[in-house]
Design a protein around this ligand. Structure first.
Ligand code: DGL
Length: 275
């Protein structure tokens, strides 16, 4: 009997919670024939306020769980886990390709505004590790980078308070604190998977000339390249299956995750896993 064709295996996508579904959605649009398994480590969310040691441990466990389900590649659709644990996960999952979302975000921003002044909105740990600063300056040494932690935006997105007075006030305050200068930044990078949901509120608060950048579509493009390089792209043009896993709170995952995915989810669509 022939061994199974590895290109028919699913792509694993992992985040601390539901935010990475914005990345999954972009991958699904580019690769509608691929089977996808998404794992949200909702039992341990948020990662963004935890120590790098804890995040590395959590990310390792989540990716092992996906490896046991025979994924052909892993997309770390969490900025904080990408900032902390990408090298460890690459070693653990070799020879499968493993990509994160920080590099694609930096790529998108430097391509949009070469030599620009970038404001990165992210979690505490992503900011503390200067993950975006390093990724941006490595691509564009003339770029200037300011990073600002915006933890409340994670909670706002989880709660679905995406517009109205409260979202506008919180976004406005973060932007004023992060960028007190009169001259606006060239780009605002949404350096956290949850922030694309708040894009309209951020757009409304930011200067019209400032470009708003997120990594979802660039990360989807990098996924395609990684599959092609490893000769792992599946043959189907459509009809890929989606499996949704969560480590806690299937009901909440379905309710909130549906907003991130852009389609209604039922509790029966989400499998609870112990990782
Ligand atoms: N997924 C995380 C990120 O992109 C945000 C949520 C969390 O802190 O766990 O950084």
């Amino acid at each position: 009997m022939n061994p199974p064709d590895p290109s028919t295996a699913p792509i694993g996508v992992f985040d601390s919670g539901v935010g990475g579904l914005t990345v999954l959605k972009a991958i699904r649009e580019l690769l509608p024939g691929e089977d996808l398994i998404y794992l949200g480590d909702t039992a341990r969310l948020p990662y963004g306020t935890k120590s790098p040691q804890s995040i590395e441990r959590y990310a390792f466990k989540a990716s092992r769980h996906l490896a046991d389900r025979d994924i052909k590649m892993l997309v770390v659709a969490c900025n904080t886990a990408s900032a902390v644990a990408l090298d460890v996960l690459r070693k653990a999952l070799a020879p499968r390709p493993v990509i994160g979302v920080v590099d694609p975000g930096a790529e998108a921003a430097t391509a949009a505004r070469p030599g620009g002044r970038h404001l990165v909105l992210a979690t505490e740990t992503t900011v503390r590790l200067k993950a975006y600063r390093r990724a941006i300056v490595a691509r564009d040494p003339d770029a200037q980078v300011t990073e600002h932690a915006c933890e409340l935006l994670v909670a706002l997105a989880e709660e679905g308070w995406l517009d109205g007075d409260i979202a506008a006030a919180i976004v406005g305050r973060y932007l004023a604190e992060a960028w007190p200068a009169a001259d606006p930044p060239d780009s605002i990078i949404l350096g956290c998977t949850h922030f694309p949901l708040l894009r309209p509120a951020i757009r409304a608060s930011a200067d019209p000339a400032t470009e708003i950048v997120d990594s979802a579509s660039t990360a989807a493009g990098v996924t395609v390249t990684a599959l092609d390089e490893a000769k792992l792209r599946g043959q189907r043009a459509s009809g890929g299956n989606l499996t949704l896993l969560a480590s806690d709170g299937a009901k909440r995952f379905a309710r909130v995750g549906g907003r991130f995915l852009g389609e209604e989810l039922d509790i029966s669509d989400v499998e609870l896993v112990d990782i």
